[in-house]
Write a protein that binds this ligand. Structure first.
Ligand SMILES: [Zn+2]
Length: 82
């Protein structure tokens, strides 16, 4: 079904928000993770986190042994540009 894209949607797309359930806060951290059962070792999945949820989300991934890296979003994006 076609939907009109509103201005607020465009802004939401441009501003990465936290991956925590129900959180709409702008993300400032990138959590890079890998599930060895599903992904090749070089593969990186990413979650975004605000300051408040960074610890919660990294613990979630950490206890499963999935967490590889936590980097500031600005740093992650500049690394991706290279
Ligand atoms: Zn959050």
């Amino acid at each position: 079904m076609a939907q009109n894209v509103s201005v607020s949607d465009e802004i939401a797309d441009a501003t990465p928000v936290c991956s925590a359930k129900g959180c709409r806060t702008a993300a400032i951290w990138v959590l890079a993770w890998n599930n060895p059962k599903l992904h090749t070792p070089e593969r990186r999945k990413t979650w975004l986190a605000c300051d408040e949820h960074r610890e919660h989300l990294s613990q979630f991934l950490g206890v499963r042994g999935f967490l590889k890296d936590v980097v500031p979003l600005a740093e992650w994006e500049s690394a991706a540009d290279r």
